[in-house]
Write a protein that binds this ligand. Structure first.
Ligand SMILES: [Zn+2]
Length: 292
C-alpha cells in the first residue's frame, strides 16, 4: 500500500555526518520502502555561516560508502551547486515571507540575543517588540511570527494518530526572517517540504518543537497540505557517556570511522549496538524489521 509519496533525508552541512544521522536515514529508508514512497535528498545549506563545501561532499561520500540510496536530489557536488542549493529557492522563501507579511501575522524585532536572555533567563522571547510597530524594511531587523508559548497545534504522528503539540517556550514568536534578511530554518524547511511535495517527515525527537512551529506556520501560507502530513519523531542515539551526538564532536563521524579503517559492516554494527539491538545487521537492508 502506498500511503505516502515522498519523504526525505535533510542533513545540514555544518559538520560531518555521524552515526545518529545515519540512524535517521535508515529509519527513513525503511519507512519509505514499506510505504512505496520515494526518498529525496535535501541538503539544508542556507545557513552559510556554518556551511562548508567539504561537509556537503561528506554527505555524498558517506551515503555512497554505506550504500544508502535515494531517488531524488543532487547526485554530486556540482549538481548540488548548480541545481539544488537552497539559494536557488530564495524567491520561493521570499514569496512566503510576503504572504505572511500581508496576513499581518508578523512583527519586527531589534532585540539582541543578550537582551532576550536578560528579559528571560531561559531565552524565551517575551514579546517585547510585539506592539512597537518597528518598520519591516530596515537593516538588522528580525521578522517574527506572533506565536504564543504552549499554543496548541495538533498534527499526525505515525503510529499514534493525531497528537496535541504545544509550542515550546523557546519558540515563542519564533523567527521567520533573520536579521541578515535571510529566511530562517523554520521557514525554509517548511517551504521546501511544500515545494517538493513531501508528505512523510522523519526526524529526531529533538525537532518535535520545529514540527509544531512549521505546522503552525503552514496555516498562514497559500494552498498547501503541510498540516495534513504525517510525522515520525525517532529517538536519538546517545554518544559515549550518554552525551548527545553533535556534528562538532566527531568521534562518531562516518569520515573519522572510515579513516580509522572501519568497514561498512562495522559502522552498521555500531548503530545497532547504540540503539540496543541484539542482532548485528551488516547492511542497510538487514535493518528491515529490526527497527520501529
Ligand atoms: Zn524584540
Amino acid at each position: 500500500m502506498s500511503e505516502f509519496k515522498l519523504t526525505r533525508f535533510a542533513p545540514t552541512p555544518s559538520g560531518f555526518l555521524h552515526i545518529g544521522n545515519i540512524y535517521s536515514f535508515i529509519i527513513t529508508h525503511h519507512l519509505a520502502k514499506k510505504n512505496e514512497a520515494k526518498v529525496l535528498l535535501r541538503i539544508d545549506d542556507l545557513d552559510r555561516e556554518r556551511y562548508k563545501p567539504r561537509f556537503v561532499q561528506d554527505i555524498f561520500d558517506s551515503l555512497d560508502f554505506l550504500e544508502i540510496p535515494y531517488d531524488q536530489g543532487p547526485r554530486d557536488m556540482a549538481d548540488f551547486e548548480q541545481n539544488h542549493a537552497q539559494i536557488h529557492r530564495l524567491p520561493l522563501y521570499n514569496k512566503a515571507l510576503e504572504e505572511l507579511r500581508n496576513k499581518k501575522v508578523l512583527f519586527s524585532c531589534d532585540c539582541s540575543r543578550k537582551k532576550i536572555e536578560k528579559m528571560n533567563p531561559k531565552g524565551y522571547y517575551t514579546g517585547f517588540c510585539l506592539r512597537r510597530n518597528l518598520p519591516f524594511d530596515q537593516p538588522e531587523i528580525t521578522w517574527r511570527i506572533k506565536a504564543k508559548m504552549h499554543l496548541d497545534v495538533p498534527f499526525k504522528e505515525l503510529n499514534l494518530g493525531i497528537v496535541n503539540g504545544k509550542l515550546p517556550g523557546i519558540l515563542t514568536d519564533f523567527v521567520v526572517r533573520k536579521k541578515d534578511a535571510m529566511p530562517s530554518y523554520q521557514l525554509t524547511s517548511l517551504v521546501d517540504d511544500i515545494h517538493y511535495g513531501v508528505d512523510l517527515i522523519v526526524r529526531g525527537k529533538d525537532l518535535w518543537g520545529s514540527t509544531i512551529a512549521q505546522v503552525y506556520l503552514s496555516k498562514f501560507l497559500d494552498e498547501n497540505n503541510f498540516a495534513g502530513n504525517t510525522f515520525f519523531h525517532h529517538p536519538l542515539i546517545q554518544g559515549p557517556n550518554n552525551q548527545k551526538l553533535s556534528k562538532s564532536s566527531d568521534v562518531t563521524s562516518i569520515q573519522l570511522l572510515r579513516k580509522t579503517g572501519k568497514k561498512k559492516e562495522e559502522i552498521y554494527g555500531m548503530i545497532a549496538e547504540a540503539i540496543g539491538l541484539e542482532q548485528r545487521p551488516k547492511n542497510l537492508e538487514e535493518f528491515s524489521g529490526l527497527i520501529k
